[in-house]
Write a protein that binds this ligand. Structure first.
Ligand code: PHE
Length: 459
């Protein structure tokens, strides 16, 4: 910090270096545990295809517009989530949405790193061969062993924090972006192999019809809210991540195209994970509503049933781990960019402060699987509470505020200028459509789904 408390000591803001870099970073943020772990778990718990269809509706009419709105605000202000609104609306409370984003980032990372810890543990289990040849009961037993030991579960989570801090502080983020760029396609290929094996298992058909034949009779307000929450979580929106990444975009980046590609790729990867998991659920006699362990039950079984399975299994968890890095970095970026730009902290100091806060909250989530399993708040353990609060309350609320701001406070001319890169790209109809959706459909849909899901109003 300079003597007058100013923030003049940091370099001009960096931007992503190419439009491919922009897509890689944004996609790196979107693709992660949400696709391979959360999407199958929630789809299984909430009845399958009907949930999937509601989720897809939310992706198109809520997720995509909110992502674009965040890009617009970010690049227009070239600021972090809190600073952006302070710039746009000085002395008005809009910046509070940025604070909600910081809180969401802490809550999500708290339980996200728990699950990444499980992934690390599974890499070692797979390497040691202890997953080879196990049956369905064995798969359940392994998962219980990994999560029920409080000491090792917390140590794995701490290992995740250490790795991620090292990656950020060593300034190798760019390197990671490059690695992600090459390894994400590999993850895609591995999922494809997994899909082919799963779809040829006896009983696969049942899994497919679970995923694609909707039965809307099981849909409740809460199910819709959870589907919407998943779309926020999946696309990293409603908490300022995409706003912050928008602020790093170059003037020439095509935001509509970027958002469109990211949303499509993210959805495809989620569906591919679903097509690997659900056939296996039915083939091996698991419960579709098993919840968080679902991925960890099924994937070892799928690979066990193919040649070279153990090699693929290690590779799968390694790639899954790599996919989570981009997501974790993007979450950390919300508080880190804020502390760096608004409080003048050095980036590394900001990383340490954030990680220390999250690590202490995070162990509560991890210990929910063991010694804290009986501590329930509103009927939920810490793990579920953090997830529910961030995904189904804070992020949708953030998305609502961002959509309202973009639809009603930013002039059409400014939206047009950002999305067309000052007239350089011809896409007037799309821009008009976007501004209509973000003004009316998105905010109304979020509001109705939230009020109905939380039982405040019954439709
Ligand atoms: N979208 C990420 C995933 O699917 C999670 C995430 C949420 C990342 C919010 C950033 C912000 O794993």
């Amino acid at each position: 910090m300079t003597a007058n408390g100013n923030k003049m000591n940091y370099k001009p803001r960096e931007t992503f270096t190419s439009s491919l870099g922009t897509i890689a970073a944004t996609l790196g943020s979107a693709i992660g545990l949400g696709n391979i772990w959360k999407f199958p778990a929630l789809t299984g718990e909430n009845g399958g295809a009907a949930f999937l269809f509601i989720y897809l509706f939310c992706v198109v009419f809520i997720g995509l517009p909110v992502m674009l709105a965040e890009f617009i605000i970010g690049r227009k202000t070239r600021s972090n989530a809190i600073g952006a609104f302070k710039k746009l609306e000085p002395k008005k409370p809009w910046f509070l949405v940025g604070w909600m984003g910081v809180l969401s980032s802490i809550l999500i990372l708290a339980f996200y790193t728990t699950v990444v810890g499980w992934i690390l543990a599974y890499i070692f289990k797979a390497l040691s061969g202890s997953l080879s040849g196990i049956d369905a009961n064995g798969a359940v037993a392994v998962f219980e062993k990994v999560t029920a030991n409080p000491v090792s579960a917390v140590l794995w989570q701490l290992a995740v924090f250490a790795l991620i801090s090292l990656i950020i502080m060593a300034g190798v983020q760019k390197g990671i972006e490059r690695i992600t760029k090459t390894l994400l396609p590999l993850l895609f290929v591995l999922l494809l192999i997994c899909d082919i094996r799963a779809l040829t298992l006896p009983g696969a058909k049942e899994g497919l019809s679970f995923l694609f034949n909707p039965d809307f009779s099981k849909v409740t307000g809460m199910v819709v809210l959870i589907a919407m929450g998943l779309s926020f979580f999946k696309l990293s929106i409603g908490m300022g991540t995409m706003l912050t990444y928008g602020s790093y975009m170059q003037d020439e980046d095509n935001m509509l195209a970027t958002a469109g590609r990211v949303v499509i790729a993210d959805t495809v990867v989620s569906l591919m994970a679903g097509m690997a998991v659900f056939p296996a659920v039915f083939a091996f006699g698991f419960e579709p509503a098993s919840g968080p362990p679902l991925l960890f039950f099924t994937i070892p079984m799928v690979f066990n049933s193919m040649p070279l399975g153990q090699v693929f299994l290690v590779l799968f968890f390694v790639l899954a781990f790599i996919a989570t890095i981009g997501a974790m970095i993007s979450m950390l970026e919300v508080p880190v960019a804020f502390m760096h730009e608004e409080w003048g902290l050095k980036r590394n100091t900001a990383v340490i402060v954030t990680v220390l806060v999250i690590a202490s909250v995070g162990s509560l989530a991890t210990l929910s699987g063991s010694i804290l399993s009986h501590v329930l708040i509103l009927g939920k353990n810490f793990f579920d509470l953090f997830d529910f609060t961030a995904s189904n309350i804070l992020m949708p609320l953030g998305g609502l505020i961002i959509a309202v701001y973009t639809g009603w406070k930013i002039r059409y001319k400014d939206i047009q200028e950002e999305l067309s890169n000052r007239g350089a790209i011809e896409q007037e109809n799309m821009i008009r459509l976007f501004s209509l959706i973000v003004r009316y459909i998105t905010p109304i849909a979020i509001l109705i789904i939230m009020l109905n899901g939380l039982g405040i109003i019954k439709f």
